[in-house]
Design a protein around this ligand. Structure first.
Ligand code: SAH
Length: 471
């Protein structure tokens, strides 16, 4: 970070600007939003600048900047769009030790003015150190769309209420109150009745929040999807954003965990390495204990929480403790695996049903209706099936499945290191043994990759899509 972002208080400070053309006007329009004392030096000022001076928005001198002008100034802008004049302004300001910006000249500037999204008093500044102005503009456009234009108005009215809101205990109760204001009841009141309704709405909300202030904990059992952060649901994102505690599985990648609120406690319930993973009993206890402490707990599971996720055991534990819960579905890895090989999980005329099977259950390798699965055209997504591959191959062949039935191994579906290996039922165990399939994998039984999505073609890095949007 070469440029350190700060918000400078310009109230009553002097800002000097040399220039009277387009570049000068662009900077002045921005500077006139501040409470700075603006002094412009321009032998030939534009009509607009003359008009602004007449309105008392700035002081105008129809001459060049001189050494005596500089002492006491906070900032200097060299905006003449003329190399010789800008160099002179730069020399004068350097000699006087005043911070300088040369418009559109990063090299010779000591500070730069970022792109901003202005919802005064909320102001978002975007800087790219001059590396990618296109990116800054794209981010600005995105934020302009996303941030309600009346956010500033709400913030100004809200600010006057901050002292009153201190009647609520610090932490979650106060945060909930303000979220309710900005994104819930406050916004509704503004939409329905306009700005004048906001103070009354704030009073009403405060009474209600004070009355219900016991702040019970609750649990959300949330699907994190197969690994690509862009495949998270909006609801999952929102819950991660507000969680006090996130208890996650081993398969949830770091990029997704980073979306959790900065102050949230992260607990890895699938820790491997130094010790064994937590038992289900321990996980249940942990979830319940945090909720009983009044926390909002996100139990984050890979894929969909209801697919081989031991969901019921955790719900039972919450019910037994009288804790409120909700389930937020996620994209199961079989869906991502099928997408990765360019196939549908069902297809008219091929398979009108799809099974989700586990390779092993609590008793060991899992038994299934092998006879039904062995019929031509059947499709199944096999989870946790790497170790049990030889077992299930034996069962299926024994029940009459064709040895050439396609099986596609999709490892790390939806992640940058996704790997697709096409094989057959006959060759499955050998393929798994010879291939390097260390990550989580789905075996798609009865599905071969569409011709162009074969093992040879490396999976595209998922983040490419986002970057392209900015290019
Ligand atoms: N609830 C999860 C499944 C949990 S069981 C879901 O809905 O996807 C764990 C198994 O899921 C792994 O052994 C593997 O078979 C599969 N799995 C999870 N993430 C995966 C991924 N990104 N790619 C392939 N398989 C994955």
């Amino acid at each position: 970070m070469q440029h350190f972002p700060i918000f400078l208080d310009l109230k009553g400070r002097t800002v000097l600007l040399s220039g009277g053309g387009e570049a000068a006007m662009a900077k002045l329009r921005l500077l006139m939003k501040t409470e700075a004392h603006l002094v412009v030096f321009a032998p030939e000022p534009s009509d607009e600048i003359v008009a602004w001076a007449a309105q008392g928005l700035l002081a105008l001198h129809p001459r060049a900047l001189a050494p005596a002008d500089l002492p006491g100034a906070a900032l200097v802008y060299a905006a003449d769009e003329d190399a010789a004049r800008d160099t002179r302004t730069a020399e004068l300001s350097r000699a006087a030790g005043v911070l300088l910006n040369v418009v559109d000249d990063l090299q010779n500037s000591q500070f730069i003015t970022p792109a901003i999204v202005d919802r005064d008093p909320v102001c978002v500044a975007i800087g790219t150190e001059g590396a990618a102005p296109v990116l800054a503009r794209a981010i600005k456009r995105d934020l302009e769309e996303r941030l309600n234009p009346r956010l500033g108005l709400m913030a100004r009215i809200g600010k006057a209420f901050r002292a009153a809101a201190e009647a609520l205990p610090e932490g979650r109760p106060r945060r909930d109150f303000w979220s309710d204001y900005y994104f819930g009841e406050g916004l509704v009141a503004l939409d329905a009745e306009g700005e004048t309704a906001l103070p009354a709405a704030l009073d009403r909300m405060l009474d209600r929040h004070l009355a219900s202030e016991t702040s019970a904990g609750r649990v959300a059992l949330v699907g994190a999807g197969p690994g690509d952060p862009e495949l998270l649901t909006l609801k999952a994102r929102r819950l991660l954003d507000t969680a006090d505690v996130v208890i996650h599985d081993r398969l949830v990648p770091q990029e997704i965990l980073e979306l959790a609120r900065r102050e949230a406690i992260l607990v890895d319930a699938g820790k491997q390495g130094f010790g064994p993973a937590m038992t289900q009993e321990e996980i249940n206890t942990l979830i319940v204990r945090h909720a009983q402490d009044g926390h909002h707990v996100v139990r984050l599971k890979s894929g969909d929480p209801g697919v081989f996720g031991r969901l019921d055991e955790e719900l039972d534990a919450c019910d037994a403790a009288g804790i409120e819960w909700q389930i937020v579905p996620g994209l199961t890895s079989a869906a991502a695996a099928a997408a990765g090989i360019g196939q549908g999980l069902t297809r008219r005329g091929r398979n009108s049903a799809v099974r989700l099977l586990t390779g092993h259950d609590v008793k060991g390798f899992a038994e299934h209706d092998w006879r039904a699965l062995a019929r031509p055209g059947e499709v199944a997504a096999l989870y946790m099936a790497k170790r049990g591959a030889r077992f299930l191959q034996g069962r299926l062949l024994m029940h009459g499945a064709a040895p050439e039935t396609p099986v596609t191994i999709v490892e790390n579906a939806s992640r940058p290191d996704e790997q697709v290996i096409a094989t057959t039922l006959a060759a499955l165990p050998a393929t798994l043994e010879s291939g390097d399939v260390a990550g989580p994998a789905i075996l798609l039984y009865g599905l071969a990759p569409r011709a162009r999505a074969t093992a040879a073609a490396p999976a595209p890095a998922r983040s490419e899509t986002t970057l392209k949007e900015f290019a």
